[in-house]
Design a binder for this molecule. Structure first.
Ligand SMILES: [Zn+2]
Length: 186
């Protein structure tokens, strides 16, 4: 269910802040469609730091493994990345089914090392939003309604229990299972 407490705008703002703090840059100069690697100069290791800052801000757990690794784990070695280190047709089908137009750059035979350069502020924010949208309708502890004072952290308005979201890796596994059932990708 889509939560309506935290706006996409706010998420983009927080992602920009996390990126700016990690790269010692100016959040105001970052655009939503900037590629973290190509435009902002992030390196692979910076993603850990960026993810950590986002997790702390929202009280969520980002995926530790990218969707391609999950595909390999669920459907077997070589199903997402072939022996040349390139994306398979199946991987692209999953990525398109999952991300649609958000990642127009995915194509079969693409070198997997090119994939991280497709990440932008907006696609990162989309991933955060997906996790935030796993917020249960009501507080599981007392049945109270959620609230947020700063538009970032959500807690129960009655018992102050912090919101609990599905973690990023579990969410990817749920999608993959569902996409495969619905689309019959094999
Ligand atoms: Zn509660």
């Amino acid at each position: 269910m889509a939560q309506n407490i935290i706006t996409e705008e706010k998420v983009i703002e927080e992602v920009k802040k996390a990126v700016a703090e990690t790269l010692s840059g100016d959040a105001g100069a970052i655009q939503p469609d900037n590629s973290l690697i190509k435009d902002l100069g992030a390196e692979s290791l910076d993603f850990l730091d960026i993810n950590y800052r986002i997790e702390q801000a929202f009280g969520i757990k980002m995926a530790r493994h990218f969707i391609l690794e999950h595909i390999e784990e669920m459907f077997g070695e070589g199903t997402a990345i072939d022996e040349n280190g390139q994306l398979t047709e199946k991987a692209v089908q999953f990525l398109k089914a999952r991300y649609g137009e958000a990642f127009p750059g995915f194509r079969a035979n693409m070198d997997m090392d090119e994939v991280p350069s497709l990440f932008t502020i907006r696609t990162m924010a989309g991933g955060v939003m997906d996790i935030l949208n796993t917020l249960p309708e009501k507080c599981p502890k007392c049945g109270g309604a959620w609230k947020s004072d700063d538009g970032v952290k959500v807690l129960c308005g009655s018992c102050s229990e912090p919101a609990a979201y599905t973690n990023g890796d579990d969410l990817i596994k749920e999608w993959l299972t569902r996409i495969q059932e619905e689309k019959k990708i094999c």
